[in-house]
Design a protein around this ligand. Structure first.
Ligand SMILES: *[C@@H]1O[C@H](CO)[C@@H](O)[C@H](O)[C@H]1NC(C)=O
Length: 251
């Protein structure tokens, strides 16, 4: 057998073998009364996410603390904020810290949908930024380190899934992970605005913070989209390996 063929066989073997959830993860029986099942999922999902802070090698999941994201680009729109924003080497801190999850609902019979709400006391979006444009007529320009902090972040999560069969077992696949963010307060910090003119930079940071809601509105959709992509991939690392009945046992 050639080396290539050998690797191919090894790879296909590892992708067909059904695995169990990590032993320290909680599972919730679908036979529980609805409210109990929902509460159980809240706790199970919370424990799972918190345990992923350091990643999970066997599931190819990288650490969530911090969560690394490539880049987010936002073209200047024509509203009161016409600002091109570019963020690279993004690190998200705080996704697992004091996380609360609630209102879990799982629908597996009529379609396939998992919904939940979550709350994070503080999430820091730390990145290399590039800004160019205007905020309320004021020119804004610069590049350097940025830190966008969301306090009291409420999110609503909707995972649209589908069921499929593999080797006689039913698996779930997340097709679309929609998330909406609703932070209580957003704090912005951009180092090196106007390429380091300190007096202007400080004033501009203050000004931008006074208009943080406006700026965040621009950032929100691409940010949610990026987040959805990352979490679709992450969820599917679990769902593609562990059969549905081992995650949500019927009895
Ligand atoms: C980002 O800002 C928050 C709030 O001020 C702070 O707690 C956090 O340490 C900052 N992170 C970095 C990397 O500067």
């Amino acid at each position: 057998m050639s080396m290539i063929k050998f690797f191919f066989v090894v790879i296909s073997l590892t992708t067909v073998i059904a695995v169990d959830l990590p032993r320290n993860w909680k599972v919730c029986s679908r036979s529980l009364p609805e409210e109990e099942f929902s509460k159980c999922l809240d706790e199970a999902a919370r424990n799972a996410v918190v345990s992923l802070a350091r990643g999970l090698k066997s599931f190819k999941i990288l650490p969530l603390e911090p969560l690394l994201v490539n880049s987010v680009k936002i073209g200047g729109s024509q509203g009161s904020v016409s600002l091109r924003q570019e963020y690279r080497n993004i690190k998200l801190y705080g996704l697992t810290k004091n996380l609360e999850l609630y209102n879990h609902h799982l629908e597996l019979d009529n379609g396939c949908l998992l919904t939940s709400d979550s709350y994070n006391p503080q999430v820091d979006f730390v990145a290399d930024y590039k800004l160019d444009g205007k905020v309320l007529l004021l020119p804004v320009r610069g590049s350097g380190k940025s830190n966008i902090t969301m306090y009291g972040l409420k999110s609503h999560n909707e995972l649209a899934c589908e069921k499929y069969e593999k080797n006689g077992e039913t698996y779930l696949k997340i097709k679309k992970y929609s998330v909406t963010f609703d932070p209580e307060k957003v704090k912005l910090n951009f180092d090196n605005l106007f390429d380091g003119d300190k007096a202007i930079a400080t004033q501009l940071n203050t000004f931008m913070n006074e208009n943080a809601d406006l700026l965040f509105k621009e950032l929100q959709a691409p940010y949610e989209e990026t987040f959805s992509q990352v979490f679709t991939k992450l969820s599917n690392e679990v769902f593609s390996r562990v059969p549905m009945n081992k995650i949500f046992p019927p009895n």
